[in-house]
Design a binder for this molecule. Structure first.
Ligand code: PGA
Length: 251
């Protein structure tokens, strides 16, 4: 199965309006002509439409860093799927470990967000990952399985066409400690096998599984060479145009 690589930059809580426009413009330039892969940026909500505007005419996709399940209403601090679409976005990151850990988003809320994104036509970039404690206690696979089963509960095989799974070991995020290519491949293969059990083999074969956690210019090529790694979700290195441009141009 030929899965189209997806290189995604998560800007987290970084960039003023000016910084965002500048960074987006530079990434727009270096992504031009990359016909065999998708490039996606997830800027803060405040600059979603500016970034979309700067990238108009390019192939770069825009995502929000989270999304609510309702279209509108009394949900202070939230962003709706239709707001994302109207700002020029077509995807949403959901269940990032910072949402789970710092803001205590639980499996139920994450599952609602996944459904919200899919109902309104957004691509859902669904994140999972174990902490160092869980890995050391040999709980990695058990934990990932329960995150996947809960987060994707009620999602149909058809809707899975708009789901991307991002495996992000918490101990590798922002720490400079990347999972080895073998560790990442092992988990990705496990995820794909589980998806085949939950849905169908064809679906599991076509779902893109991204790796995230200290992806850098000097490790992206070996990670992307693994058979079940279909892309990267990049934090820190996505804030530097030169680094991110090198990452999206992986060989
Ligand atoms: P990092 O973040 O690349 O800075 O480790 C990845 C992420 O949190 O998506």
């Amino acid at each position: 199965m030929n899965r189209r690589p997806l290189l995604a930059g998560n800007w987290k809580m970084h960039t003023t309006v000016m910084e965002a426009c500048q960074l987006a413009a530079e990434i727009g330039k270096c992504s031009a002509g990359l016909a065999d892969r998708d490039v996606l940026l997830a800027p803060p909500y405040t600059v979603l439409s500016e970034v979309a505007h700067v990238l108009q005419g390019s192939e770069v996709l825009i995502a929000s860093q989270n999304v609510c399940w309702e279209e509108k209403g009394a949900f202070t601090g939230e962003i709706s799927p239709t707001m994302v679409t109207s700002a020029g976005g077509s995807a949403a990151i959901i269940g990032h470990s910072e949402r789970r850990q710092i803001f205590h988003e639980d499996e139920e809320i994450i599952n609602k967000r996944v459904h919200g994104a899919l109902t309104f036509g957004l691509m859902a970039i669904f994140c999972i990952g174990e902490t160092l404690e869980e890995r050391e206690a040999d709980k990695t696979f058990e934990l990932l399985e329960s995150q996947i089963r809960a987060g994707l509960a009620g999602v149909t095989a058809e809707a899975m066409k708009k789901v991307v799974v991002a495996y992000e070991p918490v101990w590798a995020i922002g720490t400079g400690k990347t999972a080895t290519k073998e560790q990442a491949q092992e988990v990705h293969a496990f995820i794909r096998k589980l998806l085949a059990e939950m849905f169908e083999k064809d679906i599991a074969e076509s779902v893109r599984i991204l790796y995230g956690g200290s992806v850098k210019p000097d490790n992206v090529d070996e990670l992307m060479a693994q058979p079940d790694i279909d892309g990267a979700l990049v934090g820190g290195a996505a804030l530097d145009a030169e680094s991110f441009c090198r990452i999206i141009n992986f060989t």
